[in-house]
Design a protein around this ligand. Structure first.
Ligand SMILES: Cc1cc2nc3c(=O)[nH]c(=O)nc-3n(C[C@H](O)[C@H](O)[C@H](O)COP(=O)(O)OP(=O)(O)OC[C@H]3O[C@@H](n4cnc5c(N)ncnc54)[C@H](O)[C@@H]3O)c2cc1C
Length: 364
């Protein structure tokens, strides 16, 4: 995958004389997008289509949001134009599309503060300094997400030594004894994905599966050793090399079982934490930012939200709906900093053709 990494990010200075031609040293963007998940990346492309000077800021080291962090090797079936696509491949396409608009992408940078200044600009305080923008589109998903941890003695010491909360590469599990804990989409997807690759896969779960029916059917037809309901991990063991070597689980009858495991994937869910976003003055409902669905505007002037972070009546948290919301947010952001601009820019074909003509005329 050719995801943009921290090293590749644009290193535009936050301050410096005349960075934007205003002479006051502030590098001012038309639109700043918080979050480089699928919604943020599509918003970045669309903002470029509208001619906006755009930056995208994400706390994670790689772009792609939940798709990169939680399920890079899971297939997605409900995004337009792809009958079936791996999440990591979809992120690659999103990045290539965003790249057409040449946004500044800043990774490994958390936005911690948002305030409107007296001159109407928005100041973002980040883990790397200050950023300035005419408008902001918050595409922050569920905020900073943290996996729920397994509360078993010794498991913390084995994180990175066989215990995973984010599994990324299938190849890391080849020919290993793998145990997966959990019963949601992530756990079931990983069990099905690793079954043909690993030596042996065991799935341990406390209750019923809460995953997509089709994948559960696939799981039940596979050779995965299913230990549910009422089963839970009670101990982990390390080998002499300090790497995970096995674990003990208790079944519904209270009987304990020792099994070999070189790799343990804990997929028991995430704790969503909006973190600093909660303090910026948004109207928040159930950990989401309330928006007007006609404009995607939040209650803070000049600040819009799209994707999983945004809520309104009858909201669907999907990649496809996030993309549509991004278009609405960008169009309204553009008319908010440039009231003379048209709300509807028309079709991309027309815009790109005009742009290509201008480029050709300038070149001659
Ligand atoms: C297991 C699983 C399977 C799924 N399968 C599907 C599917 O098949 N089809 C589908 O349509 N949807 C699916 N979804 C849902 C889909 O992943 C989300 O709808 C989508 O990721 C939302 O995109 P987003 O860009 O709004 O947010 P996210 O992808 O969550 O990205 C948000 C980004 O914002 C960043 N961020 C947050 N706070 C800050 C901050 N303060 N400063 C800087 N950066 C910040 C985060 O680091 C993150 O990178 C699935 C979700 C899960 C968990």
């Amino acid at each position: 995958m050719t995801a943009v990494t921290t090293e590749q990010m644009t290193t535009t200075p936050t301050t410096g004389p005349g960075a934007d031609g205003t002479g006051d040293g502030r590098d001012i963007f038309d639109i700043t997008i918080i979050g480089a998940g699928p919604t943020g990346l599509f918003a970045a492309f669309y903002a470029g289509l509208r001619g906006a000077k755009t930056q995208v800021i994400d706390a994670l080291e790689e772009a792609g949001g939940a798709l990169t962090a939680i399920y890079p090797e899971k297939y997605i079936y409900d995004v337009i134009g792809f009958p079936k696509v791996l999440a990591k491949d979809f992120v690659e396409r999103c990045l290539a599309q965003a790249d057409r608009s040449d946004p500044t992408i800043r990774l490994n940078e958390e936005v911690t503060e948002l305030e409107r200044l007296d001159d109407g600009l928005i100041r973002l305080g980040t883990s790397r300094g200050e950023r300035f923008s005419r408008t902001v589109i918050v595409c922050a998903g569920v905020g900073a997400f943290e996996p729920k941890r397994l509360t078993v003695d010794g498991v913390k010491e084995l994180e990175g030594h066989g215990v995973h909360y984010f599994a990324k590469r299938v190849e890391d599990f080849r020919d290993k004894d793998v145990v997966i804990v959990g019963g949601g989409d992530s756990a079931v997807d990983w069990a099905v994905t690793l079954e043909p690759v690993a030596r042996h896969v065991t799935l341990i779960h406390r209750s019923k599966f809460r995953a997509h029916e089709g994948t559960v059917a696939e799981l039940e037809a596979s050779s995965v050793d299913l230990r549910f309901p009422g089963c839970e991990t009670v101990a982990v063991r390390a080998g002499s090399d300090g790497h995970l070597s096995g674990l003990t689980f208790k079944d519904a009858a209270g009987e304990t079982h020792d099994i070999a495991a070189q790799e343990l994937i804990v997929a028991i869910g995430f704790v969503a934490d909006l973190g600093p976003l909660k303090t910026w003055g948004f109207e928040i409902q159930r950990n989401q930012v309330v928006v007007d669905p006609l404009t995607m505007a939040t209650n803070i002037p000049g600040v819009f939200a799209a994707g999983d972070i945004a809520t309104y009546q009858a909201k669907f948290k999907l990649i496809a709906t996030g993309a549509a919301e991004a278009v609405t947010a960008v169009n309204h952001a553009v008319t908010s900093y440039d009231p003379k601009a048209r709300l509807d820019a028309g079709h991309s074909t027309t815009i790109m053709e005009k742009r290509d003509k201008v480029t050709a005329a300038t070149a001659n």
